[in-house]
Write a protein that binds this ligand. Structure first.
Ligand code: SF4
Length: 219
């Protein structure tokens, strides 16, 4: 799933807990994100003269080995005078040639890492493969600040996206959930109760824990 990229960049253990061990737990951040996505995920289509918007677009990339759903893909009509219709698509039942532009909605604010950019770039790579076009840019919309940030899909971002994807495939092939590393991420992590980072980090394992706590009780 494309969402695994975000989870991996947040914390590789969280990614493994969710996608490998199939665990899930909500906190206020995931719940508020869910609410913000309700309208977007309902599959609404909107159209204005030069822009068509399609939400909840199913995606896949055989190259990256990923699948997912784009919040919104906007399509911009190219003028008849346009020099080139390169990287445009034909839409069913609509005249003209259209440029796809993915938009991802986020409930928070702009982050200090490339976590959101990587997710959007993965969506763009899927769309490129599915529609046989090149997509130069997309946008992230942050609900909290009501701001739209344009993201250029430059070679560095594309390389990072491919690198993270490969790391996730390697993680899933190994079938081993990484040990926790206690960090600031833990404070905002919805999986904290399931992860128990304080108990299992720093080389402590379940048998040590059982020996210490259960062993003392049966002595
Ligand atoms: S609690 Fe911390 S170590 Fe555990 S999954 Fe969350 S971020 Fe990772």
């Amino acid at each position: 799933m494309i969402s695994a990229l975000q989870h991996y960049l947040f914390c590789p253990r969280q990614c493994a807990l969710i996608h490998l061990e199939q665990l899930w737990s909500e906190n206020y951040l995931t719940a508020s994100g869910k609410l913000n996505h309700e309208r977007i995920d309902s599959g609404i289509k909107e159209s204005r003269k030069n822009v068509r918007k399609v939400s909840a677009v199913r995606l896949f990339s055989r190259t990256l080995g990923i699948t997912g759903i784009a919040d919104v893909v906007e399509f911009y009509l190219q003028s008849e005078q346009s020099d080139s219709f390169e990287n445009t698509v034909i839409l069913n039942g609509v005249q003209g040639r259209w440029k796809p532009f993915p938009v991802e909605y986020k409930h928070g604010t702009v982050k200090s890492t490339a976590i959101d950019e990587v997710q959007l770039c993965a969506q763009a790579i899927c769309l490129e493969e599915m529609m046989n076009v090149k997509i130069e840019s997309g946008a992230l919309f942050y609900h909290k600040t009501k701001s739209r940030v344009i993201v250029e899909f430059n070679p560095a971002l594309r390389d990072l996206t491919a690198e993270i994807t490969e790391k996730i495939h390697t993680l899933f092939r190994s079938g081993i959930t990484p040990e926790p590393v206690v960090s600031d991420s833990c404070k905002a992590c919805s999986m904290r109760d399931l992860c128990q980072p304080e108990i299992t980090s720093n080389g402590k394992n379940a048998s040590q824990w059982l020996k210490k706590y259960v062993g003392e009780m049966i002595q």
